[in-house]
Design a protein around this ligand. Structure first.
Ligand SMILES: Nc1ncnc2c1ncn2[C@@H]1O[C@H](COP(=O)(O)OP(=O)(O)O)[C@@H](O)[C@H]1O
Ligand SMILES: [Mg+2]
Length: 395
């Protein structure tokens, strides 16, 4: 159900863009009454005649009382300042008056978002979602490939709600690999500060499929530096409450954002390829994680691009890493071809052996994760990280 708030008689074109089953409200207080009376989580579209400050105030109140109700605001003109205020108020989308196709898209996105967040959760499942961070200290090992494909595998055509977070802030390629337009990115989380909530976080999401949402990396040069690492703690905690699985893709280095993601995760997936440089880097990573006292049970080591022509076998990798492999993903040209087409191979070719390997890893290992670590342990490490970061700042 959609409520269109406008004091004037809406045109047929405007009504058609907003969708079917539209109720009109001449004032915001009437719109508020309708929100309270209607079942479900309606979408509220606020027309350009309503003052922006009033529209923002309406959205701010709703985000506290009904965080899953979407608010889309039409404005005669859009500028950066209005966007910033809209984001802070919890307005999901801003659209220019003349942009009726844009309005139709914004309404569709907002409805899909409310629906995907409201998908019924398996009653027997843990109500808290699990956060999985995928890491390798060497670039090109397949982190983004595994993150996108694992997200698709866990989503399983809508069986679970999954959020994929691109923490490769400077060079993230989740958007390009899923052919998503990064209209909203992690940089939009910056203004939320302490007030991050479900509505604000919902406004950051870009949908790949209903129930498979992404938090994309910033795109403008310089935006990556604007994202403080503390945002990651709050974001992951919020997403954990909204999704069954949160899959975090990372850059190939241990920066503070990555350390916080590792700390806020239930499970670490560590990747290597069958080459000496990647294996050496993974050995160092494992030592580092041991040093940070992450229990070994909370990690999976995955060999990607396994290929019996390169002279390093899975057994060699296990021996060098002194650890068992949790999964082996074959090297196959189809992976890169799918990646380039913007559809992960698990979605495009579910019966391909690479898809089968990733799905089996998702189902056998990730979907059976043990309960998260005791919070006290995490708290200690977080303090350690903060002290480390502060001394880093001083240097
Ligand atoms: N199992 C695989 N078989 C073949 N190519 C792969 C495989 N996994 C990843 N690739 C390719 O390797 C390249 C790097 O992968 P990517 O996921 O971007 O790595 P990272 O995110 O770790 O830098 C991409 O072109 C990707 O298509
Ligand atoms: Mg990557």
């Amino acid at each position: 159900m959609t409520i269109l708030c406008t004091p004037s008689q809406p045109s047929d074109e405007l009504l058609a863009a907003v969708g079917t089953g539209v109720l009109t409200a001449p004032t915001l207080s009437r719109a508020q009454e309708l929100v309270e009376q209607l079942p479900g989580e309606p979408l509220v579209v606020i027309g350009p005649e309503v003052g922006f400050a009033d529209a923002a105030g309406f959205a701010t109140t709703l985000r506290l009382t009904r965080p899953l109700v979407g608010v889309v605001v039409i404005r005669p003109e859009l500028d950066v300042e209005t966007y910033a205020h809209a984001m802070q108020a919890g307005i999901r989308e801003l659209v220019a008056t003349a942009d009726l196709p844009g309005l139709a898209d914004a309404c569709r996105r907002s409805r899909r978002l409310s629906e995907s967040i409201l998908l019924p959760v398996d009653a027997t499942a843990d109500s808290e979602g699990k956060v999985i961070t995928i890491f390798s200290a060497k670039g090109g090992c397949g982190k983004t490939t595994l993150a996108t494909n694992l997200a698709v595998a866990l989503h399983a055509d809508g069986a679970r709600r999954v959020c994929l977070v691109d923490l490769d802030l400077a060079f993230g390629d989740v958007a390009i690999s899923l052919q998503l337009e990064p209209r909203r990115t992690l940089v939009d989380a910056v203004g939320m500060g302490e007030n991050m909530d479900t509505t604000g976080v919902a406004g950051l999401l870009t949908s790949f499929r209903p129930g498979l949402e992404c938090v994309l990396a910033p795109v403008e040069p310089g935006d990556a530096e604007k994202v403080p690492a503390t945002v990651i703690d709050d974001l992951l905690e919020m997403l954990r409450g909204m999704f069954d699985y949160v899959v975090v893709d990372t850059p190939p280095q241990f920066n503070e954002h990555v350390l916080r993601a590792l700390d806020g995760s239930d499970h670490h997936v560590l990747l290597t390829t069958p080459d000496l440089a990647a294996m050496k880097n993974l050995r160092l990573t494992l030592d580092m994680l041991d040093l940070l006292s992450y229990p070994r049970a909370t990690r999976s080591i995955v060999l990607n691009r396994e290929d019996n022509r390169v002279g390093i076998t899975a057994a060699d990798v296990e021996q060098a890493l002194r650890s068992k492999l949790a999964a082996r993903i074959p090297n196959n040209l189809e992976v890169a071809a799918s990646f380039n087409r913007g559809v992960p191979i698990t979605a495009e070719k579910p019966s391909h052996r690479v898809s089968a390997a990733i799905r089996e890893f998702g189902v056998q290992r990730i979907d059976r994760l043990q309960t998260a670590e005791a919070p006290a342990v995490k708290g200690q490490r977080r303090r350690w990280l903060t002290i480390g970061a502060r001394s880093g700042d001083d240097a």
